[in-house]
Design a protein around this ligand. Sequence first.
Ligand SMILES: [Zn+2]
Length: 319
Amino acid sequence: MKTLTVIEDIRRRMQMRMDADEETEEAEGPKKFSGLSTRLPYALCKDLGIDTTGMTPRQAWEAIEGKGIDPKETFEKKIAEPSKKVDLKKPEKTETVKKGEYSSKVEKFKSTSDCIDFAHKTLGLRFYDLSNMNVDVANTVVSEVANFYDTFEGFKESRKLKAFKQYPKSTSCVAAYAPFTKEVLLRNVKRKDSLSKMKAQAEAQKKTGFWSTGDTEHAMRHEIGHAIGYWLANRGDEIGEKRYREIRKLRLKTKSELGIDKWNRYEKPEIVKKAGKVLSYYSLYSTHEFIAESVAEYMSGHPRETAKKVVDVLLRKDW
Ligand SMILES: [Zn+2]
């Protein structure tokens, strides 16, 4: 049968729906699952004996995850065999490392498979369809994730970033983060010149003011930044809501100070440039993008005031 194709199709549709880059100005606020994905978590919770009274679909997914179960795995099992109960299976344990030590464990790996091996064992990450990723790109991804783990303590344990995956060719996006599967999707990573192309693209985008940095790593940092956003601000609890609302306020303030009324992909170059002087024009599209662009700038090591403020709010605990 076509079960696998169906799963892939559903997953792809969900990824597209959940992809932050698809969000519009009107879709402000924490994202919600809908349709099939709304009913699924309740069905899974029932199998797992979790009472879902009063829970939103997101809270139901979080409850599944709270049981130490990989929602992606249970989801696929449920799709494959809807009538069967799902098994309780804990994820495999990965090596634990003290804070600040991930980066020191990273070396310049000689092959992509060495990178993948290290990512799996030490960083707790999977790479799908990426065995032919260029070795320089693979080294860059691994080193970036290690920097994120060292900068945002608890990020690894949050399991908001689980894998990197090849982006389907049919899409025009640069990269994406899929909050449902916790995967970062990358494109154009196989060639010898992939890294220099990433650099050229980031530099060009930074120059216009559309992206917040011109670093080679910008796109991957931006996508991992979405994972940070889902972990700290958009996670369905009170403290996350507070952080999200605070950052949204900051975005709207920044936008109005720049005299931007409605975000527009074909905005005048001088306005885009002006936004780039503060953070980036793309960041003003939505609060999710505001977070991702700020985190990317923060990870560049040279954050300006806005990016610093956003990260401060993300890390704030004393509300
Ligand atoms: Zn984004």
